[in-house]
Design a binder for this molecule. Structure first.
Ligand code: CP3
Length: 385
């Protein structure tokens, strides 16, 4: 059976029959215990290697997925995106579904990540912003005063009905492969909003954080509310894990993180705790923050490539799985070098309670997709038990 966009075959990459064309009807009552299967997660999905690793249960092989696995490294993505702006494509359930499925089909990864962007919920509540190719999110009127906060109203499920629709289509197509929902964490969103775009030094953001702590706390609290609402929409629609991206928080010292950022991130993570789906938390250059970010409440800590996983687990402490952490630039080297560096990651992960293999940051746009496919196969083979 072929899917709506012509690319589907009758089985998922893991060999399970697809349930294309019909969707689960989900009751909106959720169990409270994290040890129970969440209401929205079908049992084959619950028993997938990815969700087991997140729960620190034994796995048949180490599961693999890649941040930014859906995107410019794939020729089929570039073709599909021709003539459609990034934000527009995030609002079209047919495109979102197809783009999210592309890397699952091609690489046999153990999880799909919902195709969207961290600024989608901000756009949805009317913030005047765009994603410029090669630059990233650009905000028309940066938020730097109390009056500017008025740009941030609450997010309702109706604001992002296209997300609910896309996730309904996706979980029907994905079979037992879990779908990861995601959102940007309050600090990283604040950085785009206060700077007005991508920033190396986050100077306006830090100026506000140090100069007007009250306004800063209110801004982060607003963003925590919006982010919580966005994650809830994704979980209620069928996402069986979520990742909170605090990509740029590595710019902060631990004391500033604890005082000025951690309460808002903890509020977001706590707001979805009762659903019982694993919560992954990740940032770049966060070696010095791993312990605190773990304390903020995640079930799985994402680790970038600068800290080895055996050291990361000492910093995070027991009771959490780790995700990571091959340097994405390694994929530009020879297949032998990729295997050797992968072996290093797997050796460092050997003593972990739970390990999800990933890159230490997103797939770089010029990565050879075949190198990614080979990497998935290599990790699966090396870790088969
Ligand atoms: O496969 C996946 O991981 C899902 C898709 C995804 C996108 N953005 C699609 C995207 C995810 C998870 C994100 C999150 C995101 N967006 C983050 C956190 C992850 C990280 O990398 O740390 C951040 C910081 C952003 C903000 C953002 N959006 C940046 C920095 C860029 C790149 C700008 C560029 O063109 O180099 C974007 C745009 C964007 N988001 C693209 C994609 C596929 C590229 C747009 C295109 O294809 O033209």
């Amino acid at each position: 059976m072929r899917g709506r966009l012509g690319g589907m075959c009758g089985r998922t990459a893991q060999g399970h029959p697809r349930r294309a064309g019909h969707f689960f009807i989900r009751a909106k009552i959720w169990r409270v215990s994290a040890n129970d299967r969440p209401q929205g997660t079908p049992s084959q999905t619950y028993d997938s290697a990815f969700l087991k690793a997140c729960r620190r249960e034994p796995v048949p092989h180490t599961p693999v997925w890649f941040m930014r696995q859906a995107g410019r490294s794939l020729p089929e993505y570039r073709k599909l995106r021709e003539g459609t702006q990034m934000l527009e494509s995030c609002m079209r359930p047919d495109l979102v579904t197809e783009i999210t499925l592309q890397p699952v089909r091609r690489h046999d990864v153990d999880a799909a990540i919902f195709f969207s962007d961290i600024v989608v919920p901000l756009k949805a509540i009317g913030v005047d912003l765009d994603i410029k190719p090669g630059i990233g999110p650009v905000v028309a009127r940066p938020i730097r005063s109390r009056a500017d906060l008025a740009q941030l109203r609450d997010l309702t499920p109706e604001d992002v009905s296209y997300v609910t629709e896309a996730i309904g289509m996706l979980t029907g197509e994905l079979g037992s492969t879990p779908l990861i929902g995601f959102a940007g964490a309050p600090f990283t969103l604040a950085s785009y909003l206060v700077e007005g775009g991508p920033s190396k030094n986050h100077e306006h953001t830090k100026a506000l954080m140090y100069g007007d702590p009250e306004l800063w706390a209110d801004l982060l609290d607003r963003l925590a509310e919006i982010t919580s609402a966005f994650l809830k929409v994704q979980i209620e629609a069928g996402a069986s894990a979520v990742q909170l991206f605090d990509s740029w928080v590595g710019a902060l010292a631990p004391a500033d993180y604890r005082r000025s950022v951690m309460p808002a991130s903890a509020k977001v993570l706590e707001s979805v705790a009762s659903y019982g789906v694993p919560r992954i938390h990740f940032g770049v250059g966060t070696g010095e923050l791993l312990g605190l970010m773990g304390e903020a409440g995640a079930d799985v800590m994402g680790v970038d490539y600068r800290v080895s996983l055996d050291e990361a687990v000492r910093r995070v402490g027991p009771g959490k799985a780790l995700q990571g952490n091959l340097d994405p630039a390694v994929l530009f080297s020879t297949p032998q070098a990729v295997e050797a560096k992968t072996d290093e990651v797997l050796a460092a992960a050997a003593g972990l309670e739970g390990h999800v293999f990933n890159l230490g940051h997103g797939v770089l746009p010029t990565t050879d997709p075949d190198a990614l496919t080979r990497l998935v196969d290599y990790v699966h083979t090396r870790t088969a038990r």
